[in-house]
Design a protein around this ligand. Structure first.
Ligand code: NAD
Ligand code: ZN
Length: 365
């Protein structure tokens, strides 16, 4: 069958490894990095009980000295208070510059701990162990770290690369279904923007992926590694071709606005992005770029994976339109839309306000 371990090399000088059950092999991965024996593991309250006992046992057996910090689960932990609480903890333990910080969790833990690693003593080794589907295919890759400010999300942060990303898809077995489902949105996004083959693979297996019982082990490893590979390629291209990274925002112009206007929490990020991709594909169709049949294929796949493709809520279209104007992707006051031309290919362009308003008003009913 297909391999259950896959390595993606990142030019910045580290590997992203997808390894089903790889958490059990963490001591060996750490040994390869030749780190000091003390390691500082930060996780959240949901993940701690499930994974920390066996990780701790294995690390101690291999001669490591793990120290554990448990954050409250949820976006609220990407805060100044938790950032400084982590600095206090590390200082208390006299953590040194060569000793590694390990982020075990979803994007919240990864972003916060990544920023701690970037800034504590001007930078210490970082290991990312993403445990949510979204973190495995997206947030753990690319080196963006940071916290929220009371005035907005991700306003404080830095680029900082880990020494290793270890994605163990078996951790998804404990992830709540709604969190797992939202992860498919980013994966469908990669298919639309870059990879028609990935898109077809998702279409052919949507039922098994959605059901997740039994977990489609080899397929999942293949899909996660492919997404990591695609994100890495886009980011590496961006260093040469300024702005290439923007294609990763497909579905996010409307999606971010929906999240903003409805207050974070009503829609999970992936759910908002799913609806955002429906809107962007419709705009592409209305602009004569994207075939109606292709819009249909996209929306059908999103729905088959359990994602929302229709807007149901109380937010006003006018508020969404206003929120999009404030989005950071606005260049010279005009939103640049990421629009598909075919499955696997997108372009970036501004659109006439009248068209955007008409499509969004119609879509939101
Ligand atoms: P999250 O970290 O809050 O995880 C979602 C929920 O699942 C949490 O309740 C968590 O405790 C739980 N969980 C995670 N893994 C689990 C597991 N294996 N078993 C049981 N429960 C588990 O959220 P997320 O969706 O992973 O990440 C969202 C964050 O990522 C946001 O803060 C967003 O800004 C950030 N993000 C960053 C980047 C980037 O490039 N750095 C990209 C996208 C998103
Ligand atoms: Zn996203």
């Amino acid at each position: 069958g297909a391999p259950l371990v896959r390595h993606v090399h990142v030019d910045a000088g580290y590997d992203a490894i997808v390894d089903w059950g790889g958490l059990e092999r963490l001591p060996g991965y750490l040994q390869q990095l030749q780190l000091p024996s003390r390691v500082f593991i930060v996780t959240d309250s949901n993940i701690h009980d499930i994974y920390i006992p066996s990780i701790t046992k294995n690390l101690i057996a291999a001669g490591f000295e793990p120290h554990i910090y448990i954050l409250p689960a949820g976006e609220g932990s990407k805060s100044q208070q938790q950032l400084f609480a982590l600095y206090d903890w590390l200082l208390e333990l006299h953590a040194e510059r060569r000793e590694a910080l390990i982020a075990l969790g979803g994007g919240v833990v990864g972003d916060l701990v990544g920023f701690v690693a970037a800034t504590y003593l001007r930078g210490v080794p970082l290991i990312q162990i993403p445990t949510s589907l979204l973190a495995q295919v997206d947030s753990a890759i690319g080196g963006k770290t940071g916290i929220n400010h009371p005035r907005g999300k991700n306003l404080i942060g830095s680029f900082y690369h880990p020494r290793l990303v270890l994605a163990d898809p078996s951790t998804l077995l404990s992830l709540p279904e709604r969190s797992r489902t939202e992860g498919w949105a980013e994966i469908v996004k990669y298919g639309i923007i870059l990879d028609a083959e990935l898109f077809a693979l998702l279409e052919a297996n949507a039922g098994a992926l959605r059901a997740f019982s039994p977990p489609p082990v080899a397929l999942l490893c293949q899909i996660i590694a492919r997404c990591i590979d695609l994100k890495v390629v886009v980011i590496e291209e961006d260093e040469r071709e300024q702005g290439r990274r923007a294609i990763l925002n497909y579905g996010h112009t409307f999606g971010h606005a929906l999240e903003n206007v409805s207050g974070y929490g009503e829609w999970l990020h992936g759910e908002a992005v799913s609806i955002g991709m429906v809107v962007a594909a419709t705009l592409a169709q209305e602009s004569g770029l994207f075939a109606a049949s292709a819009v249909e294929r996209q929306n059908h796949l999103l729905a088959a994976l359990g994602l929302p493709i229709e807007y149901a809520g109380t937010v006003h279209a006018q508020d969404i339109l206003a929120a999009m104007q404030l989005d950071k992707k606005v260049v010279g006051k005009r939103v640049r839309w990421i629009l598909p031309r075919q499955i696997g290919e997108v372009i970036s362009m501004p659109l006439p306000d009248e068209l955007v308003e008409r499509v969004i008003l119609t879509f939101m009913g």
